[in-house]
Ligand binder design. Structure first.
Ligand code: AMP
Ligand code: GLY
Length: 431
């Protein structure tokens, strides 16, 4: 099969790495890819948002399956464009991707289908935001409706922060039109995990559990990022709770979207808060999480290619997915300054040594080649991942590899998974 992957991050590198192992694969292209991806796929110089050009390329190259990594092309309707031209694609239509693209749609949808989530209200101005927030008490969460590069969620713990958040959203218009409508919701305390499933419009194949670490700093301090590390299993989510999530969240979501004429083909991602009252959905995404995809794909035993092809055709044959018993962990190396303006152009060496450590895979994100040398070129630069018999071993291998990466500027978290290794936390078990 001739396959095209869209995107240029470590998630897409992991997708290409996994697809490359398929005996069914004949050609693999990635648009636009990165230097790491170039080792396993042919790069195509088309940006993910150039939907028409991507469809032209897929037509011309007789691509049998296109796999979409990031959300932007999905919300721009790439799946609709491909479907209109008879090109198989694994990714939701624009209307199905609204579950990620609009927080207002997503919350009202959960309400209609009784999917457990935080109590909320939808508001259009600062006064209404303040009065609804009063109803929920502090802390309270304000969310811009539209995609805001992951920055449109504001958590206010004091009256001053609440007033400041309402001002930022409605008066300063810091998030532009994406904050024309705002969700005000109750703050849920608890432990956060990621839960994903492959979907064919009707059926749901749950992936193993994963956890990402969103804050930049050790001990969950500092600003939110795209994700600074991940591991699978997640810890904290038992097999019973995972099964409950499939029944109370994933199946109702896919059935609800189908019933509303928005069948969902692709990866449905639920960000969950494990509260004392049970799991609650914080958000849905319409794609693989990054860096969760890297660790999940390292644990996936099945051939990914026929699975995604069957999903794109609207008909999974498999009843369930198989995952290795081993654990996988990943540490993201970022540029100094991230998640603000990253300092780039720094040489990165030592990847051969780091990658030679048993169980280690290094996935590229923001890298480029300048004058024959690999240099940093973005915020998140590398995902250094490892597989081992247990989480402790996977983290040891990943951190050993991080130590071999010769890049003085590398910024990373030193505590990925650490809290879960503390025996008082009950260790790491589960799916
Ligand atoms: P979201 O983009 O909706 O996932 O929000 C980004 C982050 O904000 C989440 O990963 C949570 O850490 C946090 N968050 C969002 N909603 C809530 C909530 N209702 N209660 C507590 N934390 C939340
Ligand atoms: N790691 C969270 C996300 O990809 O949105």
């Amino acid at each position: 099969m001739r396959v095209l992957v869209i995107g240029n991050g470590a998630r897409e590198h992991a997708l290409c790495w996994k697809l490359r192992q398929s005996p069914l694969l004949t050609e693999l292209y990635c648009a636009p890819g990165n230097p790491g991806i170039a080792a396993v796929a042919d790069r195509v110089p088309i940006a993910p948002e150039e939907v028409q050009r991507l469809a032209d390329f897929a037509t011309e190259m007789r691509i049998d399956l296109t796999v979409v990594g990031p959300e932007l092309p999905l919300t721009l309707g790439i799946a609709d464009e491909f479907a209109g031209r008879g090109l198989p694609i694994f990714g939701p239509t624009q209307r199905a991707a609204e579950i990620e693209g609009s927080k207002v749609f997503s919350k009202l949808f959960m309400d209609r289908h009784k999917i457990p989530t935080a109590p909320f209200a939808v508001v259009h101005d600062a006064a209404a935001a303040l009065s609804e927030a009063r109803r929920f008490g502090l802390p309270v969460v304000l969310k811009a409706d539209g995609l805001a590069a992951g920055k449109g969620v504001l958590i206010a713990t004091t009256q001053d922060e609440l007033a400041e958040a309402a001002r930022a959203l409605f008066e300063e218009r810091r998030f532009g039109a994406s904050a024309d409508r705002v969700v005000v919701e109750a703050f849920l305390p608890g432990d956060e995990v990621s839960f994903m499933a492959l979907c064919d419009g009707e059926r749901v194949l749950p992936l193993a559990t994963a956890r990402d670490y969103k804050r930049i700093g050790d001990g969950d301090t500092g600003p939110n990022t795209g994700g600074m590390g991940a591991h699978s299993p997640s810890g904290g989510l038992s097999a019973e709770t995972a099964a409950e999530v499939v029944e109370t969240v994933m199946r109702p979501a896919v059935a609800g979207l189908a019933a509303e004429g928005r069948p969902f083909v692709g990866v449905l991602y639920a960000g969950l808060m494990l509260t004392p009252e049970g799991p609650r959905v914080l958000e849905f995404n319409a794609r693989f999480g990054d860096p969760e995809a890297q660790v999940l794909l390292m644990r996936l035993e099945d051939d990914l290619l026929p699975l995604l092809a069957a999903g794109a055709a609207g008909r999974f044959d498999a009843r369930r997915l198989s995952f290795r018993r081993e654990a996988a962990a990943g540490v993201v190396l970022a540029s100094p300054g991230y998640p603000g303006r990253p300092l780039t152009g720094e040489p990165i060496r030592g990847l051969d040594r780091a990658g030679a450590i048993e169980g280690v895979e290094i996935f590229h994100a923001g890298t480029t080649v300048e004058g024959g040398e690999l240099v940093s070129a973005g915020g998140r630069v590398l995902s250094v991942c490892a597989l081992a018999p247990d989480l402790r071993g996977a983290l040891e291998r990943a951190y050993a590899a991080v130590g071999e990466v010769d890049w003085p500027g590398k910024v990373y978290r030193h505590d990925i998974g650490r809290r879960l290794l503390d025996p008082d936390q009950g260790g790491v078990t589960g799916p």
